[in-house]
Ligand binder design. Sequence first.
Ligand code: HEC
Length: 418
Amino acid sequence: MIRLSFLILILIFCLINNSFSNQSEGEKLFVQKKCITCHVVGRGRFVGPDLWNVSDRYSKSDLIKWINNPENIYEKYGKKPYNQGYPPMPNMNVSTSESLKIISYLKSLKKNISKESTVSLKGKINNFSNDLNKEYEVNIESVMADKVLKSDLVKTKDGFFNIKDLKGNIAYRVKIFHDGIEYSTDKFYYMPDEMNKDIDLTVYDASQDKKSIKISSAHLVVSYDEDSDNLLFAEIYNVINISKEIYIGYNSRLEQARKIIQFSKFKNIENLAFPHRSQDTLLVEDDKIIESIPLPPGPRRIVFTYNKPMDFFNTKLEKNFINKIDLLTIIVPESKIKLKIKDLEFTKKMSQIDELSKESYMTYSLKDVNQGKKLTLIFNKNINQFLSPRIIVFLSFLFISFVIIYIILKKGLLRTKK
Ligand code: HEC
């Protein structure tokens, strides 16, 4: 086990929501339209008022106004907020037909709900790295909007925890601190008629043994955008942690950030972006991109996108591999651009890629690319790309201008001779 003073890494678990299948549409909308993040039914005040007997207190048309867009209520009654002691309710963009479904859901609840009921939370902590049934301290945070109101510690017994008599009109978050890493669920809410939640959480022992981290494959998908005259790239890495421990890497010079795995980066590229990832979880240096989120056992996919403006003749991109890659595949639309790969061995094959149906692509496969190897890619426009209509017009214009200038000059010369 590694002592990691000061180090808190947060991994977020996703709670698997209870099956949506037998829920009414109104109930689904209550979650989808985020009503659940501010309202409970029968369990008291939350961010907004309890909606238990709301249909007795408002006419149907006023209820629709509330749910459609509360601004209509504020306008009608000339006060905002309407209820004393609450903030105004934001517009949740709910249509009238959706509002009606929510209203009938709320009405149906009034009969079935046991008022003021409390809720319970139980779960199991699994340690993926070993079977020892350790005791864990589970931290249950009560969350209101984004503020943590209080946090309670409970100990597990044989890996299980069970908490009863929790208030049902608040959001919760479960956190565990294990081996230098803080694991946390997202905020979660109880449905109005939900009495118990069952959550299983997995924790890992931490390791700094880099040997278990492998890049099994990498794809470099190239395309060419004629309008902007740019090469567009997507790099996809399949990384795998083959151990049973979570790999936590090393502290980076940047505070709190970790160096988990590094990917070499071409210099002089533009608009580097990480789809599906928040920008600050990957650190960018001049020639590399560094993953900073610890890697639990199993696979992870990491994607970068960027572009490179074409130079008039050769567009050259170079980088040195930081890791060994079992298989690197480069995919290029050769009807538009030609690729030359320098110094490295590859096999080349024309292929039809289902997702990119309209064009045929050339696939370059490079096996066992080793650390320290240099990758040099040289792109050229195809000749028909050179002779695009715009260039033809430009060249014709240039030619006609020359002819006209030539005629004018010649006439001028003749005149001066006379
Ligand atoms: C960000 C928090 C928030 C969300 C999300 C939210 N509400 Fe509200 N809601 C409030 C607050 C705060 C009030 C009280 C506002 C006031 O009095 O001006 C309120 C008031 C209401 C009222 C009037 C209650 C009363 O007793 O006067 C109804 C009905 C209502 N909301 C329904 C909904 C529904 C249905 C949704 C989902 C589509 C929803 N709200 C989403 C915060 C929220």
